[in-house]
Design a protein around this ligand. Structure first.
Ligand SMILES: [Zn+2]
Length: 198
């Protein structure tokens, strides 16, 4: 099932902290739910249209996305528990997962979890996601802060260490200031990987 999938929350899960959320989950306030946003357009590096599929799998109360090919070979983003997170962060997850398709991650051998190559792929996807929100959805500084705030709260919810949270926010902060479009950035990555199709 998990073949060549990339998972936004994978880093968090791999870090473990088993039982952490259930330990304090009892006293947590009732979970807020949000309307689920419409998915963005998404095309992979081979020009295939990427579908977005709702799934109830995944950890309850934790919104997550997963980029993969379905059993029929169609590129998809699985969206789980999106109603658990605000629309701005749903939009970020969609574009982050789409980025794994745009950069060809999904069809490449999966690097060791939490190794440098995996973390680099995650940083790249985060970067593309924030650039798309900036360039296509018109997110300004205030919009950016909403995404960063939601990213922080989602990561805290799962029990991420502060260093992981701040480094991820620092990455998207720098990306948000980048000149050039998300497409330019995707092409740069594809070129480096020898995947740029003419
Ligand atoms: Zn990812």
């Amino acid at each position: 099932m998990m073949q060549r999938a990339t998972f936004l929350a994978a880093v968090l899960f791999a870090l473990g902290l088993p039982g952490f959320s259930s330990a304090w989950g009892q006293d947590a306030k009732p979970a807020e739910t949000y309307q689920v946003v419409k998915p963005p357009a998404c095309t992979n590096n081979k020009g295939e249209t990427v579908g977005f599929v709702e799934t109830s799998r995944g950890r309850p109360g934790i919104a997550a996305g997963m980029a993969r090919r379905d059993p029929g070979g169609k590129p998809v983003v699985m969206r789980s528990n999106y109603s658990a997170t605000p629309p701005v962060f749903q939009s970020f997850i969609d574009r982050h997962e789409c980025a794994h398709h745009q950069t060809g991650d999904v069809d490449r051998p999966h690097p060791p979890r939490n190794g440098p190559e995996h973390l680099m792929n995650e940083s790249i996807s985060d970067c593309i996601a924030i650039l798309r929100l900036r360039d296509e959805e018109g997110y300004d500084k205030a919009g950016f802060e909403k995404v960063a705030g939601a990213l922080r709260s989602e990561m805290e919810k799962i029990g991420f260490p502060e260093i992981s949270i701040s480094s991820r926010i620092s990455n998207i902060t720098n990306c948000f200031k980048r000149p050039g479009t998300s497409k330019d950035f995707v092409n740069k990555v594809l070129k480096r990987r020898g995947l740029l199709e003419q």
